[in-house]
Ligand binder design. Structure first.
Ligand code: CUA
Length: 473
């Protein structure tokens, strides 16, 4: 019987006291037969003994300066040997100190470790009379069925928990369908992968947890080629499949639509501006339902990202480049453009209204814009410009300070500047502040205004905006 065969021990030490002391200790644990198959002084002597006798345990004298302990550790870390390597320290008074067992071990654990080492090793041996191989296999089968059921249940719960209608806004564009299909595939896969990891983990925590008093090591597993090939090939196929689905989706949502209407979109800190085919400029995106739209997007300052969640598609807006985004709105309603790229202090407020309306309502809206855009009153024109160019995103007209100073009561005021001087808020000062915002900074504010308005606005338009400010008493 394997349980009664003597354990073969090789001692590595140049001190006779060490090997003698160890022999005495081993005698104390005489419940199991032990055979010291050799006492050697270095690795060169040890190697042939190990090769010939395959000792169960190799004990290296930790305190022996003649022995190169590191060499033993390296050899055993790198080799696939099944026997154990122990660095042992016999301290004063004959106490036993375990130093290395391919891990650190506390001196107080030595006795129980030594006990466990001399216990008959039966638990994992299939030929053991206590656990016949037959019983092993049926137990294995039970565990497999259990864990597979758990994974199926967790996957189903994951899919139900990640349903479209709970996580996504109502789709409102033709492009949304393709994106949502991709989402659905991903949620199924995510649920399964989550269940696979958590299922095995939960099952093991419940059914394979350590029994009370069990101090034994886990079974040493060298590797499993079939398993490793499987978990390499299957994810590879999955990733490639998703790449193909993703590419097809991208093709779907960027395809040129017949009869597209082009709208120019300009993003800037922190507003959106939309220019329609007839020249109308607005801070609102108004779209006729079912009309394919080509948005050409530009930024005058930093990175922004155009995103209407209900349309699903999203496009970064990059300064110096013209980007394109295609949307066919399919559902009438009110939505919001949300800047989806962090772009400074008021990024979170960089919103614009989106209205999807009927073709007739759209025509009427354009008419109204054309009627109101001109007008004889410079202040009214200025108010519209201030809206269109996003001035009101930072400057309030009700006296509350925003990112910039309020416009209410500003004209003619004595303004205190950051450098301690004063300035009269006259036409010249306001003009300078619009085209060169950094020239005079108001006390209590940091200048973050884009210096681009001098290029975007004509002199007449600047005069109109100043007239609007003047009207805000
Ligand atoms: Cu623009 Cu964030």
């Amino acid at each position: 019987m394997p349980a009664t065969a003597p354990r073969k021990i090789l001692i590595v030490s140049s001190h006779a006291l060490f090997s003698e002391g160890l022999r005495q200790l081993l005698k104390r644990h005489d419940r199991h037969p032990v055979q010291v198959i050799g006492i050697v002084e270095n690795f060169d002597q040890a190697a042939p003994v190990i090769a010939r006798h395959a000792p169960d345990l190799i004990v290296v004298d930790y305190d022996d300066a003649q022995v190169n302990q590191q060499e033993f550790i390296r050899q055993f870390i790198e080799s696939n040997q099944q026997h154990r390597l122990v660095l042992l320290s016999l301290q004063e008074g004959g106490d036993l100190g375990m130093v290395y067992e391919r891990r650190q071990i506390h001196p107080s654990q030595v006795d129980s470790w030594l006990e466990s080492w001399f216990e008959p090793q039966t638990s994992h041996a299939p030929e053991s009379p206590f656990h016949p191989a037959e019983e092993h296999r049926s137990n294995d089968m039970k565990h497999w069925i259990g864990v597979i059921l758990l994974i199926v249940v967790l996957t189903a719960l994951g899919i139900v928990g990640l349903q479209n209608q709970w996580l996504l806004t109502t789709p409102a564009s033709a492009q949304a369908a393709a994106v949502d299909t991709l989402f659905r595939y991903e949620w199924v896969l995510i649920s399964f992968l989550f269940a696979l990891v958590v299922g095995f983990m939960l099952y093991s925590m419940i059914f394979f947890r350590r029994q009370k008093g069990d101090e034994s090591d886990a079974e040493y597993i060298e590797g499993n080629d079939a398993l490793e090939i499987t978990w390499t090939i299957l994810p590879l196929i999955t990733v490639l499949a998703f790449a193909a689905i993703g590419a097809r989706t991208l093709k779907d949502i960027t395809r040129v639509q017949p009869g597209e209407m082009e709208i120019k979109v300009t993003g800037q800190q922190w507003s959106w501006r939309f220019e329609y085919p007839d020249g109308t400029v607005s801070d609102q995106l108004v779209l006729p339902v079912d009309q394919p739209v080509l948005l050409t997007l530009e930024s005058v300052d930093v990175l922004h990202s155009f995103w209407v969640p209900e349309f699903r598609v999203k496009q970064d807006v990059v300064p110096g480049f013209k980007q394109e985004l295609r949307i066919t709105p399919t559902r009438m309603g009110d939505y919001k453009v949300r800047c989806a790229e962090i772009c400074g202090q008021r990024h979170a407020y960089m919103l614009a209204d989106v209205h999807v309306i009927s073709q007739a309502a759209y025509e009427a809206w354009l008419q109204a814009q054309a009627g109101g855009a001109g007008g004889e009153d410079p202040a009214a024109r200025g108010q519209q410009l201030a809206q269109q160019y996003g001035c009101l995103g930072c400057h309030s007209v009700d006296g509350n300070p925003g990112v910039g100073p309020t416009w209410k009561g500003l004209f003619g005021e004595d303004v205190k500047l950051a450098d301690g001087s004063d300035v009269d808020a006259d036409e010249a000062y306001l003009h300078e502040s619009i085209v060169d915002p950094g020239a005079k900074i108001v006390e209590g504010f940091t200048n973050v205004m884009p210096p681009t308005f001098g290029d975007q606005l004509s002199e007449d338009q600047i005069s109109d905006i100043i007239a609007f400010i003047q009207s805000l008493k």
